[in-house]
Ligand binder design. Structure first.
Ligand code: ADP
Ligand code: MG
Length: 683
């Protein structure tokens, strides 16, 4: 027996491996099994070239569990190792290059760990002792046994092994005894080894017999050695892609379509990506892509590794250029990984474009399910956004689809405003905004449906990119103002507006955190008497605030709505007439009084102009002050009278309620009162 010290200059590395190497201790099995697979494939290659006569036909990797001895053993029929090779590959190589690095980052275990793939040595995370019993394929090679108890000392001695290959025997430590459970172990194998290219066997297959599960004598192979992504696309039918999807996500809905990635330059990359049917909520759908390196599972939390929006896709990406046993942060900063991810983005965009060109009808059919994904991509990845302009679709209220270009042509004639801006009208909810949509259509406008969570940020982006385009929701203003074709003429004077506004303000609902701003507009005799609109800017700011969550200035503002009174409507006219009648002489007197006082004040102010303060006589100053007070008082009286009138006037209330009703905002007690009042008015 020969003893030696593992080639590390520092004695500290072993404790580091044991404690921190990976936060997921279960990857030890991946490392040991994939070494066994590598060794088997190497021997197959040699056999293929006729360089060995050792049979590889039935080569398998066998994982076995001995709960009495507390060992996990991974055995293979691979190339094996000679004593010299153990010295070279196990004792020395594992830490070559590590020394220098260790000196530099002595205190930072994470940096060390993230940088080095310590494949074989990860077994010490879970073991007190590890043994290698191996026999090389080389002619005349003797079997050897290497043993190490976790200190840098090891021993090596002669051993018995009938066949060429290697056993790795891990004596599982007390802290890791969970791995001695059969269920746990098969769970780990299923996670990391499901698609390894060499058969991996764990225990025996079971079957139901006499009402219970019993073991058969057939080996239980846990992996599929030729998963779909390793095959050529020509050899796969739609059904093959579908069944592979079910294998990956047994609970998933059928995907919309797939992309088979097959790249060998400038790096090696294979994989199949699926477009799932996306629901409106994005968060729950992330992180379904699985990353593999030579069919060895690396991770399925791909955030930071592939572009944000691609995390919505499902499927498999496999590249030998994806480093296997390194930390997440290292993976994220790896330049190969970055190249891979931008390449995938391009492929995805190309594929979508191609689908669009090949079968537009089919593409349109899938659009509603696809759009969240595409919109998300456009919002988070400028390169993708550029490409997506080829196939991004608008959908209008008639259910017709248009590309950006097509739609521009459609509305150019009719929806260009006086400032030469193209105005895109949209609704976020066809049901709720039905009246507005209808009014806009009656005017010959086209209305888009933009009803998903990403609509608002997307519109903002479009507007940023195209300064001559505006997106306006149909309920953001009265139809006359949605697309202003000529300068607005103010129909009511300031004084008239001031006098009318308290009448309607008086009957606006007060509660539930909504502010109403009364405005007046000539909407024609056949227009609605009152229209409620919501300011586009404020609404979008609120939308964005909600999307971002948390504290947000706009998000926290009360909602503010415009109550637009149609001055041309006969019923509004009726309110105005009855106001004059009802308030009568007394009101007139207040107004006259007010006017006289205002005139007096203005005259005094005028006389004061250009004079220094001390030049103005004290009596005059006093007079001005008095005037100010009585004007305020009169105005108050006037407002009170108007408010009082508005409150008592049933028609005013009725008109406002009708507008609220049309917007689905009349509820509860208010609705009940409205119904009663209506009945009364009809009687
Ligand atoms: P890597 O797999 O990245 O080379 P490892 O630490 O996992 O690093 O393994 C170190 C080396 O030990 C391997 O490259 C291989 O030469 C040798 N080795 C490990 N396991 C086996 C095995 N089961 N059969 C033959 N050689 C092995
Ligand atoms: Mg390895």
């Amino acid at each position: 027996m020969q003893k030696g010290k593992i080639g590390v200059s520092s004695d500290n590395l072993f404790p580091i491996i044991k404690k921190f190497l990976y936060s997921d201790h279960d990857i030890f099995l991946r490392e040991i099994v994939s070494n066994a697979v590598d060794a088997t494939q190497k021997l197959k290659t040699l056999a293929g070239r006729g360089e060995t006569s050792v049979s590889v036909e039935h080569a398998k990797v066998r994982v076995s569990l001995d709960t009495d001895k507390k060992t996990i053993t991974v055995s293979d029929n691979g190339i094996g190792m000679t004593a010299d090779e153990i010295e070279k590959y196990i004792n020395q190589i594992a830490f070559s290059g590590a020394n220098e690095f260790l000196e530099k980052y002595e205190s930072d275990a994470n940096a060390i760990i993230g940088h080095f793939g310590l494949g074989f040595y990860s077994s010490f995370m879970v073991s007190n002792k590890v043994e290698i019993v191996t026999k090389s394929y080389k002619d005349g090679a003797e079997a050897v046994k290497w043993s190490c108890d976790g200190s840098p000392e090891y021993s090596i001695e002669e051993a018995e092994r009938a066949e060429v290959g290697t056993d790795i025997i891990m004596y599982i430590n007390e802290d890791s005894k969970e791995f001695l459970e059969k269920e746990r172990l098969s769970g780990i194998l299923n996670k990391y080894c499901k698609f390894l290219p060499v058969p991996v066997v764990f225990g025996k297959e079971t079957e139901w017999k006499d009402g219970k599960q019993v073991e058969t004598d057939k080996d239980n192979q846990i992996n599929e050695t030729n998963p779909a992504w390793t095959k050529a696309p020509v050899d796969l039918k739609d059904e093959d892609y579908a069944s592979f999807y079910r294998k990956l996500y047994p609970m998933g809905d059928e995907p919309l379509f797939n992309i088979h990635l097959n790249v060998d330059y400038p790096f090696n990359l294979t994989g199949i990506l699926y477009f799932p049917k996306l629901k409106n909520s994005i968060e729950v759908q992330k992180n379904k892509i699985q990353l593999y390196s030579n069919q060895v599972f690396v991770t399925d939390s791909v955030e930071g590794i592939v572009p944000e929006f691609l995390t919505l896709l499902h499927g498999v990406i496999d590249s030998p250029d994806i480093p296997l046993n390194v930390s997440r942060s290292y993976l994220q900063s790896d330049s190969n990984v970055k190249k891979i991810s931008s390449h995938i983005t391009k492929k995805v965009a190309d594929r979508l474009h191609q689908l669009f060109k090949d079968s537009r009808a089919d593409f349109e059919k899938k659009w509603d399910d696809l759009k969240i994904f595409i919109e998300y991509g456009m919002l988070t990845d400028d390169k993708f956004a550029e490409r997506a302009m080829n196939f991004f679709l608008f959908k209008n209220t008639e259910g017709k689809y248009f590309t950006f270009e097509e739609y521009e042509k459609l509305i150019k004639e009719n929806q260009t405003n006086k400032d030469n801006n193209l105005v895109y009208l949209y609704t976020s909810n066809l049901e709720e905004q039905y009246t507005f949509v209808q009014t806009a259509k009656d005017k010959g406008y086209d209305v888009l449906i933009m009803d998903d969570v990403l609509a608002t940020p997307l519109l903002n982006k479009f507007e940023q990119q195209h300064s001559d385009k505006r997106f306006v929701r149909v309920d953001s203003d009265v139809v006359e103002n949605l697309i202003q074709k000529e300068d607005e003429k103010d129909e009511l004077s300031w004084d008239e507006k001031e006098e009318l506004s308290p009448v309607f303000q008086a009957v606006c609902p007060e509660a539930n955190g909504v502010n109403y701003l009364v405005d007046f507009k000539n909407l024609g005799e056949s227009g609605q008497p009152i229209v409620i609109t919501r300011n586009e800017f404020m609404r979008r700011m609120k939308d964005m605030g909600q999307l971002q969550g948390g504290m947000n200035f706009y998000g926290d503002l009360p909602e503010s709505l415009n109550l637009v009174v149609n001055t041309a409507h006969p019923l509004v006219q009726k309110v105005l007439d009855s106001k004059d009648k009802k308030l009568g002489k007394a009101f007139e007197t207040i107004k006259e009084d007010l006017n006289a006082k205002k005139q007096e004040r203005d005259a005094l102010e005028k006389a004061k102009e250009g004079k220094k303060d001390e030049e103005v006589p004290a009596a005059e100053k006093e007079k001005l002050e008095d005037l100010g007070k009585s004007i305020a008082e009169l105005e108050k009286q006037k407002r009170e009278k108007l408010t009082d009138f508005g409150k008592k006037n049933k028609l005013t209330k009725q008109l406002v309620d009708l507008a609220l009703l049309a917007n689905g905002m009349l509820k509860g007690e208010a609705l009940d009162q409205f119904v009663r009042r209506s009945v009364e008015l009809i009687k």
